[in-house]
Ligand binder design. Structure first.
Ligand code: NI
Length: 175
């Protein structure tokens, strides 16, 4: 199968603010999209990517939070993912986003979550996630609601980041 790296949208972009639509079923088109998303994520490189970040407004995310050099990759594709349980315990992580390059900020979220999703065979899956996986999956599911990690920051900080990104996009357009 021919894999295709897709262009990642940079904030601000109206498509990153949209609530994405649930996918009614799994098709070859969806499987191809999943492969392209993984290819795009690994190339970036990143540990997670949501479909709206490549301009596709479907409820689909990919992630692989194995970061150790030489460790076996653990790609996970989630269609229609949902957080169905969350711990009271919170953890704070210095988050970043492929749609907001080179910007990092502390975000506090539940440290453990239970997530339910459809896999590419159309089977319902459920998994408890903690550590970086928990942070990442919540961050990616937020994207499907049109929410980004900077939405957790104070308005002034958020505006500063948005202006920085507008400047970056102007520079990229010029090149
Ligand atoms: Ni992101």
């Amino acid at each position: 199968m021919h894999l295709m790296k897709r262009k990642i949208l940079i904030h601000p972009d109206p498509r990153l603010k949209k609530v994405c639509a649930a996918l009614p079923d799994i098709s070859d088109e969806i499987r191809k999209l999943a492969d392209d998303m993984l290819e795009t994520m690994y190339a970036a490189p990143g540990i997670g990517l949501a479909a709206p970040q490549i301009g596709v407004l479907d409820r689909m995310i990919v992630l692989d939070c194995v970061k150790e050099d030489g460790a076996k990759p653990e790609p996970v594709v989630m269609v229609n993912p949902r957080v169905i349980g969350a711990s009271d315990d919170l953890s704070t992580y210095d988050e970043g986003c492929l749609s907001i390059p080179d910007v990092y900020a502390d975000v506090t979220r539940p440290s453990e979550v239970r997530v339910e999703w459809l896999d590419l065979d159309g089977n319902l899956q459920e998994r408890d996630m903690d550590g970086l996986w928990a942070t990442c999956v919540q961050h990616e599911i937020d994207h499907l609601e049109g929410k980004m990690f900077i939405d957790y920051l104070k308005p002034l900080k958020r505006q500063m980041i948005t202006r920085k990104m507008q400047k970056l996009k102007r520079e990229m357009a010029r090149e």
